[in-house]
Design a protein around this ligand. Sequence first.
Ligand code: ADP
Length: 541
Amino acid sequence: MSYLLNLDLISVGLTVASIGILGFIVFFSRPKSITSKAFLLFSIVTIFYGIVNYLSYQASNRELTLFLLRLVIFSAVWHAYSFYLLFTVFPEDDHKLSKRFWFIITPVVAITSILTLTPLIFSGITEIIAPGEVAQVTKGPGILLFVIVVALLIIGGIWILVRKMRNGDKLEQKQFRVIFWGVFLTFACIVTFNFLLPIFAENVRFIAFGALFMLPFTGFTFYAIAKHELLQVKVVSTEIVTFILAVVSIIELIVAPDITTIVFRSGVFIMILIFGILLIKSVIKEVKQREKLEELSRELAGANDRLRVLDQQKSEFLSIASHQLRSPLTAIKGYSSMILEGSFGKLEAKMKEAIERIFLSSERLVIVIEDFLNISRIEQGRMQYDFASVDMAELVDGVMKELEQNAKRAGLTFTFNKKDTGPFVITADFGKVRQVVTNIVDNAIKYTPKGSITVTLDRDADTRKVLLSVTDTGIGISRETLPTLFQKFVRAKGASKVSTSGTGLGLYVVKELMKAHKGQVWVDSPGEGKGSTFYLEFMAE
Ligand code: ADP
């Protein structure tokens, strides 16, 4: 029996201490918050209830037992009251309590709680009891008021909790769900051990554990409140643990039996103090750094979001502008080509040259605009591919014919060397691959001041790969620039001297389009001024 009695004491003592610690941690983390205050009030009432409830089963004296039992129901009233209050204010820091709360609920609770101390509710004890057993009490008429008030407060509290759970945002709903489970577990314990077991199994042993049943609720609510204030909670928890350690060691010091023990325990006490203070300091430092980091990352996330929006707007603008440019340009290109062909009469040599220039420039502009359009499509993820069988020999032939004029004007030898290893049929989007080849060949013309451009189409019989190479005798590419060439907006240092019209976007588009075709593109150059070769590789059908 005495062993069990001890178990009661230990469990109630530990529960009371834990609830107290949780209450104070929340309170000191945010002393001004009304939710913290309500939680502290609830914890204190719970502790009081736990202690008197425990004592009431230990006392053997009739009067004392009756008095303690009255204190139990006295605290039960305030318990229900603080439960109701907690959910009225949770999770706010500032909450103006209603007039109804101050002028109706609180006075009714106060009066009921005073009545619990009078014979109106518990009038006496019928049976003499031994310590550790439950006394039978005779109930007065006031018990009805007590039951109604407590039931209304608890139902009201749960009602508010459920309503907030439904209306809250996602995070709040999560918090409320945690609390709800706490309430549920606590009620399940109380119903099982205080009602079901005593009534059906006549086992009253567990009623004395009252405080223990409050632990799930207090713990879950603590978690829900503290989750917001995790960093502060860390500091306060460290402080409280250090404080408790210091108090324990000072008590040990006071009850020390002899001088050696005093010296030893003083040493322990001083060490606890020093290490405790160091620990608190380091936790505060860590918390501050974490807070700073969190703030920085929040700012960064904000800046990132703004950038993303800006980037999107840029892509949209690019797309709209390019579309607007395309149709007038098609007209310029079409009409200049017709003039050159003589559709509007014979041309003088001087005029012909001017029109030729118009035609060639507009042709280059078409490539650039097509690149712009492709970039915005790629970036907005709305690039669409129409895959079909494409004969590369035919495609390259078309590009060569289109760009022949440009090469001729630049005084370049322009050859298409088609090996007899064909057929060169691949699965591809004709328009996109044409854009890729046009870009590479046009670059070769742009960056070759004199000499030749040789385009070679070949197929490897073993690997079934179709390889197109475009070799020029132009300005070449330095070792350092080579790996960066396919990135957006990258132009080699000397490029603008040879061609001012470049954007640095063409090769990026080429790379992206080749990726979509599961093909490869790469470049090789012996160095600046020594020409370069671009390679495009596709899988044959
Ligand atoms: P753009 O030609 O509009 O500048 P590209 O993306 O097509 O943009 O090309 C990027 C850069 O690669 C060019 O600015 C140039 O420096 C280099 N480049 C491309 N093709 C050649 C080439 N055939 N010979 C030498 N450099 C080249």
